[in-house]
Ligand binder design. Structure first.
Ligand code: DGL
Length: 274
């Protein structure tokens, strides 16, 4: 048993979809979530820049004595996961691999689509993860610039949103995929629109849910689960305004927010140097 909290980080509020799934799947665990809202979005940034931010945040969370770190952000996972794992003396899990495994297990025609930010697609990490699991797969990787920001802006039924979603789903339909990975923390919020646009026969793989499954497997196998009879607590740090973290984050978490504190970017920068 290990009573220490699990650390989780994201480019902002999107990773709250991963925390949401973890709170359902692992209600006895404590979580500290850090949302880098002051520097959102990560998707249009370079791999090097995202890696630098991930390094600072991971270093800060390690200083809080977390037993496991979860890179909830798909863009940060794609840019930095192996890089962090090589450099930090900590157990770190991320997105990408768990949902790739689920997609390979699901597809029948071995054509898998991936929807994600520009940074995630450019990194090639989904393509690598999927082909490592099934070298004969056809992977259609669709960058979706601006989709996360539109979802975060909240007007999910605006004509702009409908048009944007269609422009990203159409190439996947044309390519004949039967399975699509929602490779960004924000996309579960528009699952019905994506399902309708892609067609009812295409299976959507929710990256947040698969990451939560992986977290459970890691806790079990390493023997670091918390007391199963307790109710866990969760708290938040964010680099932007606290009130907007709560208001913008509410549809992503769908749970009460209690302890939310601001952490300055300068403090994270110092943690990254130490
Ligand atoms: N958490 C980010 C991701 O999953 C949201 C998008 C962004 O920061 O650009 O890629």
């Amino acid at each position: 048993m290990d009573k220490r909290p699990i650390g989780m980080f994201d480019s902002g509020v999107g990773g709250l979809t991963v925390l949401h799934e973890c709170l359902l799947a692992h209600p006895n665990e404590d979580f500290i979530y850090l949302g880098d809202t002051g520097r959102f979005p990560y998707g249009p940034r370079s791999i090097e820049e995202i890696r630098g931010y991930a390094w600072q945040i991971a270093s800060h969370l390690i200083s809080l004595d977390v037993k496991l770190m979860v890179v909830a952000c798909n863009s940060a996972t794609a840019a930095a996961l192996p890089w962090l794992q090589e450099r930090l003396d900590a157990s770190i899990v991320g997105a990408v691999h768990p949902e790739s495994e689920a997609a390979v297990q699901t597809t029948r025609n071995r054509r898998v689509g991936v929807m994600a930010t520009e940074a995630t697609i450019e990194s090639g990490s989904y393509q690598r993860a999927l082909l490592e699991l099934d070298a004969g797969l056809e992977v259609i990787a669709q960058p979706c610039p601006n989709l996360a920001s539109l979802i975060q802006a909240g007007d999910v039924s605006s004509p702009d949103m409908v048009k944007t979603v269609k422009s990203y789903t159409e190439p996947l339909k044309q390519a004949g995929v039967d399975t699509v990975i929602l490779g960004c923390t924000h996309y579960p919020l528009v699952t019905p629109m994506l399902q309708r646009s892609l067609g009812k026969d295409i299976v959507l793989i929710n990256s947040a849910r698969e990451t939560a499954r992986e977290v459970g497997e890691v806790l079990e196998r390493k023997g670091i689960v918390n007391d199963p009879d307790r109710e866990g607590e969760y708290s938040f740090l964010c680099t932007g305004d606290v009130d907007s973290f709560v208001s913008v984050g509410a549809p992503f978490l769908q749970m009460p927010f209690e302890q939310v504190q601001r952490v300055e970017v300068e403090e994270l920068e110092r943690a990254g140097i130490a």
